[in-house]
Design a binder for this molecule. Structure first.
Ligand code: IMP
Ligand code: MG
Length: 177
């Protein structure tokens, strides 16, 4: 079972659902009368994105991008590459980038720069979790978390644990710390 590798549950399914609902209400009021384009950053955002877009009662479209910065370890390599670009044109669209977690901020800092050059009507950043001081501001932030490696609700360690329905701190011995 995956549970044996979890040290502590940080956010239960219910807490996640409630917070996603609150973010959705904020988005609905900020974008009233507009159409939103959610851009999910694969793969960590897929669960959050699925719940968020179903909670937002506005017309919306979806697209995904995949960026690599971590390999299979637990710390940022600082190297970022676009693995899969968007399928849609974002010119004139109201874009909300959806991320699982803002850590060093490298990923979103780099992406924001790329997306702004494509002339969207607006771009905002949304992350379910954020950890430390970083060079980018989130418009929508779910929770600020302590300095521990977390998994579940889309977030992985070495591609595993994404299917846990809650967010938990991974036992350090799992990644050999
Ligand atoms: P940043 O570029 O340093 O902000 O890294 C963000 C990315 O790192 C996230 O999208 C995650 O894929 C990954 N990441 C950072 N911290 C964690 C964590 O605690 N658990 C799982 N993935 C993480
Ligand atoms: Mg990610």
């Amino acid at each position: 079972m995956l549970e044996k590798d979890i040290q502590e549950i940080l956010f239960t399914e219910e807490q996640l659902k409630n917070r996603v609902g609150e973010i959705a209400r904020q988005i609905e009021s900020d974008y009233a009368g507009k159409e939103v384009m959610f851009i999910g950053i694969l793969r960590g955002s897929f669960v959050f994105m699925a719940d968020l877009c179903r909670a937002v009662e506005l017309p919306c479209t979806l697209d995904f991008m995949s960026v690599s910065s971590y390999g299979s370890g637990t710390t940022s390599s600082g190297q970022i590459q676009i693995i899969k670009d968007l399928s849609e044109d974002i010119t004139g669209r109201h874009v909300i980038v959806v991320e699982d977690i803002l850590d060093s901020g490298n990923t979103l800092h780099y992406l924001l720069n790329i997306l702004e050059h494509r002339h969207p009507a607006s771009v905002r950043l949304c992350a379910l979790l954020e950890r430390r001081v970083k060079p980018v501001e989130l418009h929508y932030s779910g929770f600020t978390i302590p300095d521990a490696f977390v998994v579940g609700y889309g977030l992985d360690y070495s591609e595993k644990y994404r299917n846990l329905p809650y967010i938990g701190i991974l036992k350090p011995q799992v990644y050999g710390a």
